[in-house]
Write a protein that binds this ligand. Structure first.
Ligand code: G1P
Length: 280
């Protein structure tokens, strides 16, 4: 598509967290590698990026995350073992991703929050707009990926975009929550955003889910952002600075989203994708 704004070419995946809610499973395995059926969460995220024509994949990792790099690489021994057997097709999808994408990695040395993780990715992103996917928010879209929907909006408006979903008010303490004016059906110009407010302080029940398009000035803002909720540098606080200038949109995405950062959401996603696979 022709657009007057730079193309979104890169997607950043913050993947340095400890995954404490899934211990002991995440003791030696990164939480992003936990599978829903046979595919790790992170692979679903990368596939969503590719569906949005984004093939430069940047991953912020941490200690104990080497399995991620091995997953997005060829395993010669395995390839050799199954070559010519009826098991070869199991690798078709991941092989295709490895061929289409480039993967680069940087490590977040200290865990100082999502904003800090995104800032750690600056070296891989540089001075261009980019997407961010939190792999534990697993989205299913029936072939029109959530990220692709957001890229289309960026191409129209040229500013940061966050994906939102209405949640029960009592859950606002788990999310970044926005307030804004509806400028098109399901699209809001953000006027306020608060990280994990108590329900009584929440500006609405519209919660940010783990999909963002960010303009690169976010890095300078993040450098100046003081630790907020939980003593961590929050992307929500940095985005509020852009929002004050009318440069953040919130989009009620089309599709389904599962909170795979919680055991309940993970089980729900597993059942959903299993039923879907059986139906196909
Ligand atoms: C992060 C963000 C929060 C957002 C959420 C979406 O929180 O800080 O604003 O609503 O992701 O999943 P986390 O879930 O990492 O605590």
């Amino acid at each position: 598509m022709n657009t007057k704004f730079p193309t979104i070419r890169k997607c950043l995946f913050p993947a340095a967290g400890y995954g404490t809610r899934f211990l002991p499973a995440t003791k030696a395995i990164p939480k992003e590698m936990l599978p829903v059926l046979t595919k790790p969460l992170l692979q679903y995220g990368v596939e969503e990026a590719v569906a949005a024509n984004i093939t430069t994949i940047a991953i912020v990792t941490g200690r104990g995350k080497r399995a991620i790099e091995d997953h997005f690489d060829i395993s010669y021994e395995l390839e050799h073992q199954i070559k010519g057997t009826d098991k070869e097709h199991y690798l078709t999808e991941i092989r295709a991703l490895i061929t289409q994408c480039t993967f680069s990695y940087t490590r977040q040395v200290e865990m100082k929050g999502l904003g800090h993780a995104i800032l750690s990715g600056e070296t891989l992103i540089g001075n261009e707009p980019f997407a961010v996917v939190l792999a534990d928010d697993l989205c299913d879209d029936n072939r029109n990926g959530v990220l692709a929907q957001m890229v289309a909006l960026y191409e129209q408006y040229g500013c940061s975009v966050v994906a939102i979903e209405e949640i029960p008010k009592e859950q606002t303490h788990k999310y970044g929550v926005i307030a804004g004016e509806e400028i098109e059906k399901g699209l809001y110009r953000v006027s306020d955003m608060v990280e994990k407010p108590d329900p009584k302080d929440a500006p609405s029940n519209m919660a940010i889910i783990g999909r963002y398009i960010l303009t690169p000035d976010i890095f300078d803002i993040l450098r100046e952002t003081k630790p907020g909720k939980g003593g961590e540098v929050q992307i929500t606080d940095a985005l509020l600075e852009q929002a004050k200038q009318g440069r953040v949109l919130a989009y009620k995405f089309k599709g389904k989203r599962f909170d795979c950062g919680s055991v309940d959401g993970f089980v729900e996603a597993t059942n959903y994708f299993y039923a879907k696979g059986v139906a196909e």
